[in-house]
Design a protein around this ligand. Sequence first.
Ligand code: FO1
Length: 304
Amino acid sequence: MIVALSGGIGGAKLALGLACALPAGDLTIVANTGDDFTHLGLAISPDIDTLLYTLAGLDHPDQGWGRRDETWSAMDTLAALGGPDWFRLGDRDLALHLLRTQALAEGRTLSRVTADLARRLGIATTILPAADAPVRTVLDTDQGRLPFQEYFVHRRCSPVLRALHFEGAAAARPAPGVTEAIAAARAVVICPSNPFISLGPILAVPGIRAALAATAAPVLAVSPIIGGQAVKGPTAKMMAELGLPVSARAVAEHYGALIDIFVADPADAPDLAGIAARIVPAPILMRDRADKLALARRVLETVG
Ligand code: FO1
C-alpha cells in the first residue's frame, strides 16, 4: 500500500495520478486539515474536499477547488441579504458542508465523516485527515495574525508573511490509521504541495514525523517548484517572505533527513547536487490527466 501526504490543489493532482496508477484500495492519503475553518456556522475542510471531489471526478476542471456544474443561488441570495460572500460556497458543495457539520455536531469524528463521504462518493482510496482534533494554520503577517482562509482567499495572499503557527497541533494526535498506514506502507509520497501551509500542519501533528522517520519504506517528496517558480499558489511568495531561496533545493533542505528521494524537474537537477536525498529528475508540471498519471508512474517505478 502507498501512503501519500497531500494538501492543496497540487497535492490532489498527484493523488489522482496515484489513484489511477494503483490497484483500487492500494492508496491511503493523509490530508492536511490546517486550512479548515468554521464559516457561516459550517465546518469547512478544503483540502479534504478537494481530494473527495478530485477522486470522485466531480472537481471543477479549472478552479482546482469546489465542484464542476455548480450553481450559486444560495451564495448570491446570502450576499443580497448582506452576508459574507468572499468564500464561495456553491449550492452542491453546501450539501457536503451541511452533512459534515451535522455529523461533527453529533459527535462523529472528522475521520469517520470523511470515510462516510468517500464511500458515498464511490472512492476506493482511503482519505484520512492528519488529525481528528483541530489543527489550524495561522499566519503572522504585516497585517496582523490571520486565520488561513482570511489570508489565502479574503486577502488573496497579499499580506507579507512573517511566521506560521499550527494552532492545536501540540494537543492533536494522528487520526486513527495514519501511523499504522505509514508503518505498513511500501512507500510514502509527499505530494507537490506547499511545504509550509499544506505539509507543515500534517508534520506538526505529534507522532507523524516520528512515524515517517521510523518506517522502513522509502519516503519520496515531489518538488512543488520548477526553475525557481512555484507551480501553483503562494509557495514562492511565502518562501521569499520567510527568507528562503525560492528553489527546489530549499524545499529539499526543508524536508531534510525526512526524505530519501526527491523528485524534481530536470531544470532544477543541477542545483540539487550534494543534497542527502537521491535526486530523481522528472517533468513535474501536471497540466492534464496524462501528466498526473505519468508523474505517478514515475514515482511508483522509483520506489519499486
Ligand atoms: N479558494 C478561493 O480562492 N476562493 C474561494 O472562494 C474558495 C472557496 C472554497 C470553498 C470550498 C472549498 O473547499 C475550497 C474553497 N477555496 C476557495 C479553496 C481553498 O481556499 C483552498 O483550496 C485551500 O484552503 C488551499 O489549498
